[in-house]
Design a protein around this ligand. Structure first.
Ligand code: IMP
Length: 201
């Protein structure tokens, strides 16, 4: 069964394929099918946005489609930046590093002990016959006051993960995947595919 990944990101294809290849599924990027749609992420939850992306690509291709949506939610900011993580500050001149610095600045007033944050990832698969399979993964940590570590991307250098005593930018990709929101969402997604009757190869 061919499944389209609603993304242009080949790294995501490689990571998610590790799960889908356990089933009778061939994951292809939407661009490989000549589909060039950028879905507006108008939802207010990770669930809504990943569903919107998967549904649009399913409709454009007539094939089952899979999408993810992720971000960082800071408790002291009532869950912000949340679904707006990639657009935080709504300033197009900001890059990943600029957004990270903005988040540090906006949490300067938050005392140690109250700096809890979560990375969240929701994966959704939508099929043409109307089935939706959705899985949410989280990783709980704390915001640091200074960036640390060279790995990862986005907000990783300021996300401290207490069980390993490091920021997620200090973890190797393998270790990060084994504890991350995306890794956890993929494990749950795997279980849900089995529950939905997809045969484990
Ligand atoms: P998406 O591509 O719409 O899911 O946007 C996700 C945004 O959330 C990224 O641009 C990052 O800023 C942030 N983000 C999601 N996952 C991670 C992660 O594993 N590390 C660091 N930042 C992340």
């Amino acid at each position: 069964m061919k499944v389209v990944l609603a993304s242009k990101n080949r790294h995501k294809l490689v990571e998610i394929s590790k799960i889908t290849e356990k089933f009778d599924m061939e994951l292809v990027l939407q661009s490989e099918l000549g589909v060039d749609i950028d879905v507006e992420e108008t939802g207010t939850t990770f669930e809504e946005n990943s569903f919107l992306k998967a549904e649009a690509v399913m409709k454009a291709t007539g094939l089952p489609a899979l999408a993810d949506d992720s971000g960082i939610a800071v408790d002291a900011l009532n869950g912000e930046p949340g679904v707006y993580s990639a657009r935080y500050g709504f300033d197009e001149s900001l890059d990943d590093w600029g957004r990270l610095e903005l988040l540090l600045k906006n949490t300067e007033h938050v005392p140690d002990g109250a700096r809890q944050a979560q990375f969240v990832c929701v994966i959704t698969m939508v099929t043409p016959d109307g089935q939706t399979i959705q899985a949410r993964g989280e990783i709980h940590g704390e915001l640091t006051r200074e960036p640390r570590g060279e790995n990862g991307f986005g907000y990783d250098p300021i996300f401290y993960y207490p069980p390993l005593g490091m920021t997620t930018a200090e973890l190797s990709p393998e270790v990060k995947n084994s504890v991350s929101h995306r890794g956890n969402a993929l494990k749950i997604f795997y279980e849900k595919l089995k529950e939905a009757g997809y045969a484990d190869k």
